[in-house]
Design a protein around this ligand. Structure first.
Ligand SMILES: C[S@@+](CC[C@H](N)C(=O)[O-])C[C@H]1O[C@@H](n2cnc3c(N)ncnc32)[C@H](O)[C@@H]1O
Length: 277
């Protein structure tokens, strides 16, 4: 995969990435205590990698990204902050396999949906996880944070009709709804509605944002991928961040009850087990 075509204005893109930095740092909870080296895949300008390196000063961090200018910014930020236990490289994940370095944890923070969208769909996600698995030491962990929904959300319209009616009633977002339905089909399930709510506000780059699948891999599919790799699932969690809950209430008049089944953020942690006999 080459340069991410969504990034027309790097400053705007990075500012958007940085907004939920504190929330993203929840990933720190899932870095194994005994991991000595941690790989952060798709590190962008290194904001998270550097924050983690500051939190875990005894661990070594490496952040990789394919965007050269992001990597330069990350290197510069680390230098300015005087953080010595982190380095950044522009390199494909799979090219790390040729080296001998192995990791106690591999992080994918808000990045696997981009592997899907700008790579070859689920095949690119599977390849990334397989590469990460090979790059782990035994007992090491893959940590994923992304927008992730459950499979059942694709099939349920339970309580969804009333919410869709509220969403459709807002003239302000009619064009966004029309474009979304043009790209992904009718807004008629929990999954479709949740997906729409995650993206309608990104007007500054709408033509591309609209078409990017934000929630392409479900928890159940990740479970299948981990199972294929012989990895042991350690944690699965998802929730709706306060910022979006408040925004969706304000923009569409939705209630907490109505938002019960909606999610913005998912985490998965899986451990590399001993090889199967
Ligand atoms: C949405 S940003 C997330 C950045 C950072 N992890 C964060 O959460 O703030 C996704 C990043 O992944 C990078 N990326 C996308 N596909 C990649 C790939 N195949 N290999 C490495 N980096 C990739 C993009 O260049 C971008 O910097």
């Amino acid at each position: 995969m080459g340069k991410n075509p969504t990034i027309r204005n790097e400053r705007v893109y990075l500012a958007r990435m940085a907004r939920p930095l504190r929330e993203k740092l929840r990933v720190a909870r899932y870095i194994p205590q005994d991991a000595r080296t941690v790989l952060d895949v798709g590190c962008a300008n290194g904001a998270i990698t550097i924050a983690l390196a500051k939190l875990f000063s005894r661990k070594q961090f490496i952040g990789i990204d394919l965007n050269e200018s992001f990597v330069s910014r990350a290197q510069e930020q680390a230098r300015k902050a005087g953080v010595g236990n982190v380095r950044f490289e522009k390199i494909y994940l799979r090219d790390l396999l040729a080296r001998s370095e192995r990791f106690g944890a591999v992080l994918f923070v808000s990045v696997l949906h981009e592997f899907y969208a700008y790579g070859e769909g689920i095949s690119s996600v599977l390849k990334a996880l397989a590469d990460a698995h090979e790059l782990l030491r035994k007992g090491g962990e893959i940590v994923i944070r992304d927008m992730i929904l459950h499979e059942y959300a694709k099939h349920t319209s339970f309580q969804v009709d009333a919410i869709i009616a509220k969403v459709r009633a807002r003239r302000r977002w009619r064009r966004a709804i029309r474009d979304f339905e043009g790209a992904f089909g009718k807004l008629n399930t929990l999954y479709q509605l949740n997906h729409f709510l995650l993206k309608y506000m990104y007007e500054e780059n709408w033509d591309r944002e609209c078409r990017e699948p934000y929630v392409p891999v479900t928890f159940e599919q990740y479970e299948q991928l981990f199972d294929l790799l012989g990895m042991e699932l350690q944690l699965e969690d998802s929730y709706l961040i306060d910022f979006l809950r408040t925004k969706w209430k304000r923009d569409f008049g939705l209630t907490d009850d109505e938002l019960e089944g909606f999610r913005s953020t998912g985490f998965l942690v899986a451990k590399k087990a001993a090889p199967r006999p």
